[in-house]
Design a protein around this ligand. Structure first.
Ligand code: SF4
Length: 399
């Protein structure tokens, strides 16, 4: 990790001041962000001032766009998007949220056009997922097309990664990468992925990215409810500290597919808060950044922005509120992404808690033939959803 050093709080203050437009942001939002940033020990990686990989580096063009387009202009578009670059994957996770998605895979030209439009709509953070996104042979061209005013993140199992490909990805503009690893025991990780060798593949990919030294490296992990209940998250974090990655990107297993449509597999609010507390403790120690989705997306921070500031376009062009929601609001080949998003957003006012954790039983009711919920049914379903109050950030944002 040659190119990394702690940024120090003054480094962050300087980066924020360099974003001089921040002074025009509502004082209440600035105060919120100030308190939020204090929960982290930012790092300077190759000149990028990084809080965690869910936000663009503070001194990046993408962050400046976030300030101008979202904090100041309150653009109606999304700030965060994920795109499925392929649905193909050699691994076969029990909890895979893409398993029941089908259709005709987007061509590279369609993906390039989609990226251009998403950026125009306001996207400043763009995640590439799959399937295994490295199986898309045009991945370098796709990353290069995005430009340097959007922050790019790759989610990968590590399958097919070589040193050359990793270096090419970095050169093409990759800032953040998350390698999937769900357990510190090889057998348990391979079992969850239903792929012998998954653990070793991930470790090899981690070593390759570490070797580059200038890409922000996290491990993305799906925590089972049992791990959270049995206090095993700490043991897992120690394993990640020993691996010397920058960040632990954590989420709990989401009830996105039939195997997880059981109340006893979905975490409780107390369990979410337990992981949030762990995050705050670890981040104050500063050995590794812990970035748990339930912390970022908790009601006390930014809440759930599925379909509001977050969108997912799967490998077939279907638009979903987020990667974990097995619903489509239409296909980008049939209507423009702008129209599809506007129609979907009318159903999603943003709220304090996770949409999928709260509504999976309702979604289950609408699923037919193991496919994701169709656009007609998605709109019908949304009429039954009761939304909770918005998160702390969005209450201030819209006040
Ligand atoms: S539904 Fe859950 S996982 Fe999806 S954006 Fe909302 S909080 Fe995040």
């Amino acid at each position: 990790m040659d190119h990394m050093k702690p940024a120090g709080f003054m480094g962050i203050v300087k980066a924020l001041l360099a974003n001089y437009r921040m002074v025009r942001v509502k004082p209440s939002l600035n105060l919120f962000l100030y308190h939020y940033l204090q929960k982290f020990k930012p790092i300077d990686l190759d000149g990028n001032l990084i809080i965690h990989s869910h936000l663009p580096p503070l001194n990046s063009k993408a962050y400046s766009r976030f300030v101008t387009e979202h904090l100041l202009r309150q653009s109606a578009g999304p700030s965060h998007a994920q795109i499925g670059l392929t649905n193909a994957c050699p691994q076969n996770c029990l909890y895979c949220y893409n398993k029941n998605r089908r259709g005709q895979t987007m061509a590279t030209a369609e993906i390039l056009e989609l990226i251009r439009r998403l950026k125009k709509m306001g996207v400043v953070w763009l995640g590439f997922t799959g399937g295994e996104p490295l199986l898309n042979k045009d991945i370098i061209e796709i990353l290069e097309s995005a430009g340097d005013d959007v922050t790019l993140k790759l989610f990968t199992t590590g399958c097919t990664l070589t040193k050359q490909l990793a270096a090419d990805l970095r050169r093409a503009g990759l800032v953040y990468v998350s390698v999937s690893l769900d357990h510190w025991q090889e057998r348990k990780h391979d079992e969850a992925r239903r792929y012998p060798g998954a653990f070793q593949t991930a470790l090899k990919a981690i070593e390759i990215f570490k070797g580059l030294g200038n890409v922000h490296l996290s491990v993305s992990s799906v925590l089972s409810r049992d791990m959270i209940r049995n206090g095993q998250v700490e043991e897992f974090l120690q394993f990640l500290i020993d691996l010397e990655v920058h960040e632990a990107w954590l989420s709990e297993a989401k009830p996105s597919v039939a195997a997880y449509w059981h109340k006893e597999l979905v975490i409780t609010e107390e369990e979410r808060l337990k992981v949030c507390q762990l995050q705050d403790q670890y981040n104050q120690m500063g050995t590794i950044t812990v970035n748990y989705l339930g912390h970022f997306e908790g009601r006390e921070h930014f809440g759930c922005n599925a379909g509001h500031k977050m969108v997912y376009v799967d490998a077939f062009g279907e638009l979903s509120p987020c990667v974990f929601t097995p619903m489509t609001f239409g296909n980008i080949r049939e209507k423009s992404i702008e129209t599809l998003f506007a129609d979907m957003k009318r159903c999603f006012p943003s709220e304090g808690t996770c949409f999928i954790n709260k509504n999976f039983e309702l979604i289950h009711k609408y699923v037919r033939d193991d496919a994701i919920v169709s656009p007609e049914d998605s709109f019908a379903l949304m009429r039954e959803v009761q939304f909770e109050p918005r998160s702390r950030f969005f209450k201030l944002y819209y006040h």
